[in-house]
Design a protein around this ligand. Structure first.
Ligand code: C2E
Ligand code: MG
Ligand code: MG
Ligand code: MG
Length: 288
């Protein structure tokens, strides 16, 4: 009997695994068509500056509306896109679309774009970024790239080289989901980051878990010593907000300030404003 039921379980697992594999393969082939079928769009979540009590920019978050399944979350399709290599074309689409939209916002606002580890292995990533900036007219200083630590592990020398090229364009790079990777501290030492984003899991634990709060405190103080602004992700409550203000976080992001949405209104006077900026620039330079 035991043997029979054992075999039965095996068959059951095999079936379930087959189904999962088929599902994944199906999603992968659907994802290949997603760009050309206009199924992708970006939402934008505000990033709040705590000191200035103002929105300093928006993070672009990718959404996929599958024709049959509806919304598929990025945590499901990004890994599939990465394993299949589709992330290269999707990542380029995201960057271009984010920069195109941000170019129409108030010029004081930045846009943050998530980059996959796989994109960081492209030898000419900086060139690709430069041509997107050129095509969309977004000033490089208004673009910030977010990378998670897994992106950095593969080949440190190549990664450092690519990072330096990107920074030479005037684009900022921040470490996303800080604290969840394998070697956060050595990555901080080796790579020229412009900021850190503390992972939401630490923020979520802060109000009931003294360890989580201690970690947040330590990360903020580390950021301060290294001169890197720290962003707290996933702020949902006033209590969490008060705590990160007390700890001295520079920036905050979370449902308390705004869920991912359509982003800011397009800045009506953008053309005039640009002309004016150009006109006033030489005068400013003379003043200083
Ligand atoms: P992430 O870059 O760490 O983005 C933050 C995630 O937390 C987003 O989930 C956002 O919607 C969610 N979030 C923000 N505030 C709150 C909050 O207060 N409470 C809760 N519960 N959640 C909050 P989302 O949009 O599902 O994205 C998940 C992850 O997928 C992102 O994590 C990022 O790693 C990846 N991702 C999203 N868009 C892209 C993209 O264009 N390219 C790449 N390579 N990855 C992306
Ligand atoms: Mg991010
Ligand atoms: Mg994050
Ligand atoms: Mg994340």
């Amino acid at each position: 009997r035991a043997k029979a039921s054992g075999r039965g379980m095996h068959a059951f697992y095999d079936l379930a695994m087959d189904q999962e594999r088929r599902d994944r393969r199906q999603l992968e082939s659907d994802l290949r068509q997603a760009i050309s079928r206009n199924e992708l769009h970006l939402l934008f979540q505000p990033i709040q500056s705590i000191d200035e009590a103002a929105i300093l920019g928006y993070e672009a978050l990718l959404r996929w509306t599958h024709p049959v399944r509806g919304n598929v979350p990025p945590d499901v399709f990004i890994p599939i896109a990465e394993e299949s290599g589709i992330i290269l074309s999707i990542g380029e689409w995201v960057l271009r679309e984010a920069c195109r939209q941000a170019a129409g916002w108030d010029p004081a606002l930045k846009v943050a774009v998530n980059m996959s580890a796989v994109q960081f292995r492209l030898p000419n990533l900086a060139g690709a970024i430069a041509s997107v900036l050129d095509a969309t007219g977004l000033p490089p200083a208004r673009l910030e790239l977010e990378i998670t630590e897994t992106a950095l592990l593969k080949d440190r020398v190549v990664t450092l080289d690519i990072l330096r090229q990107i920074k030479a364009l005037g684009v900022k790079v921040v470490m996303d989901d800080f604290g969840t990777g394998y070697s956060s501290l050595s990555n901080l030492q080796s790579f020229p980051f412009d900021g850190l984003k503390i992972d939401r899991s630490f923020i979520a634990g802060m109000d009931h878990d003294a360890n989580a709060r201690a970690i947040v405190r330590a990360v903020v103080s580390l950021g301060r010593s290294l001169n890197l602004p720290v962003t707290a992700e996933g702020i949902e409550t006033q209590a969490q907000y008060r705590m990160i203000v007390d700890e001295g976080c520079a920036h905050a992001q979370g449902y308390l300030f705004g869920k991912p949405d359509t982003g800011p209104e397009t800045f009506i006077g953008v053309r005039e404003h640009r002309v004016e900026l150009k006109k006033t620039k030489p005068r400013k330079e003379r003043d200083t």
